[in-house]
Design a binder for this molecule. Structure first.
Ligand SMILES: *Cc1c(COP(=O)(O)O)cnc(C)c1O
Length: 462
């Protein structure tokens, strides 16, 4: 008891600890708060009999500084993606090209031409910054951008007559994840979903039979994150367009991933490209900005002057509008696509998807080389990767990883320690090994990954 009271008396005051040299330059409310928390914890520990030594000011100051740093750490921060999943939705989908990040930075800190036309000194439209790029790249008459593709689908359907029937194949009633389901979005828009066909087979005759006085549109959704294989049949977009024309009905195509380049250039099978849907005659085509396009989160709508025009007039457009930072990123991303070779080289999503076996192997060997002090705990292995982001679900893309089998730690402990860093390294565990898939690790991060692992596994450099 005497020791407890003794220790309690020796606890420094908040001001005393704040003036410790370790905390020099750390003033203001957050520093006071950190110090107060540390001292409260100490008081509790002493009272609980958990302290056998008197308070040590150096250690308390160091703990307060650590606490302060932790509190100041941003919640939304950079991570190293070592999962090999290129479009990892939880990790923010597409990393932006450096030139695109620079365009965002340029606009972020000041005023901009967001809705101002410097040529006339009058008002401009925020949508004009990307409109002509989008029409040029896709062949569509007009274009509009909103917050994300879920918003784009909602907006497109909301412009239709409320209570009207929209015909969709039962094989395309997609759930994307994050509660986005075509039937629910349809209900939200005020349209009535008219399902036709069966899960695995929907023929033109099914659409024809369903068209009636209440029909307002034909809707086709790309089954982004699943494929039906085997006994399968669907109506093609050109067939639907023809049927729509004959009946005076618009055809909406929800493409999802929205590849701007054809599949052979992308190295991704089975992902239709935007220009093909436009050329097939869809009245509205919508897709995400941060899937295969490799840009910022956005919902992009391209189509006829009539339908895009109606959407621009719709009150929802204001609620779903895109902000200036996203617009800056989207414009800069689209500009890269004016030269497909440049897009393939500079858009990280495309570069990662197109990385060759040799490129991946040499990156993995470089990483393994830096981990050489760990000797037989490290090996270069072939693994199956995936595109992610609800794209090309049946396709595994062969990739290369550095496999770490820690000798002194459990593999789950290593995985946890890596993701608890200030810049988390997100990796996966397979067969009791930690796999660092190099497809999604950027070259500039190799040193950080290697140094972190060496530090955690605590091996001396020979
Ligand atoms: C991904 C996807 C969406 C949703 O797009 P977000 O940009 O994530 O909102 C909608 N429809 C399809 C077919 C998709 O693949």
């Amino acid at each position: 008891m005497a020791a407890i009271n003794d220790f309690l008396r020796q606890i420094p005051s908040v001001d005393e600890l704040l003036s410790h040299p370790t905390l020099a330059g750390e003033q203001g409310p957050p520093a006071t708060e950190a110090v107060r928390l540390i001292l409260d914890e100490l008081r509790g520990a002493i009272r609980g009999g958990a302290c056998s030594d008197p308070p040590d000011r150096d250690r308390l100051a160091a703990r307060a500084l650590a606490r302060l740093r932790l509190a100041a750490r941003p919640s939304l921060r950079r991570v190293v993606n070592a999962t090999g999943i290129v479009l990892h939705t939880n990790l923010g989908r597409a990393p932006l090209p450096p030139s695109v990040a620079a365009a965002v930075r340029d606009v972020a800190g000041g005023y901009s031409t967001l809705e101002y036309d410097p040529d006339t000194g009058g008002r401009g439209s925020r949508y004009d910054h990307v409109r002509s790029l989008l029409t040029r790249l896709t062949g569509a008459e007009d274009a509009l951008v909103v917050n994300n593709n879920a918003a784009a689908v909602l907006l497109a359907l909301s412009t239709l007559k409320s209570g009207g029937e929209v015909i969709v194949s039962r094989g395309e009633l997609v759930e994307i994840g994050g509660k986005f389901r075509i039937p629910d979005v349809m209900a939200q828009s005020g349209c009535v979903l008219r399902e036709v066909g069966s899960t695995n087979r929907t023929r033109m005759a099914d659409y024809k039979a369903a068209i009636g006085l209440e029909t307002v549109a034909l809707f086709k959704a790309h089954p982004s994150n699943f494929r039906i294989v085997g006994f399968f049949e669907e109506a093609t977009l050109p067939e639907l367009v023809e049927l729509g024309r004959r009946n005076g009905l618009p055809v909406f195509h929800d493409l999802g991933s929205g590849a701007m380049l054809r599949a052979d250039l992308l190295g991704v099978a089975d992902e239709p490209c935007v220009a093909d849907s436009v050329a097939a005659g869809a009245d509205v085509v919508c897709f995400s900005g941060d899937k295969l396009l490799g840009g910022p989160q956005a919902g992009i709508l391209v189509g006829t002057r009539e339908w895009i025009g109606r959407m621009k007039q719709h009150p929802l457009t204001r609620a779903l509008r895109i902000d200036k930072l996203t617009l800056a990123a989207l414009e800069a991303t689209l500009r890269l696509y004016l030269d497909p070779a440049r897009a393939m080289a500079e858009v990280p999503v495309l570069a990662m998807l197109r990385a060759t076996e040799q490129e991946l192997r040499s990156r993995a060997e470089e990483l393994a080389g830096r981990l050489a002090p760990l000797r037989d705990q490290v090996a270069v292995v072939e693994v199956d990767g995936e595109v992610g982001g609800g794209s090309a679900p049946t396709q595994t893309i062969p990739s290369t990883a550095v496999a770490v089998t820690p000798r002194r730690l459990s593999v789950s402990r290593l995985e946890q320690s890596l993701r608890l860093r200030d810049i988390p390294i997100v990796a996966r565990i397979s067969h009791d090994r930690l796999l660092l898939d190099v497809r999604t690790i950027q070259q500039a991060d190799l040193d950080y990954v290697a140094n972190t692992i060496l530090e955690l596994l605590g091996e001396e450099t020979p």
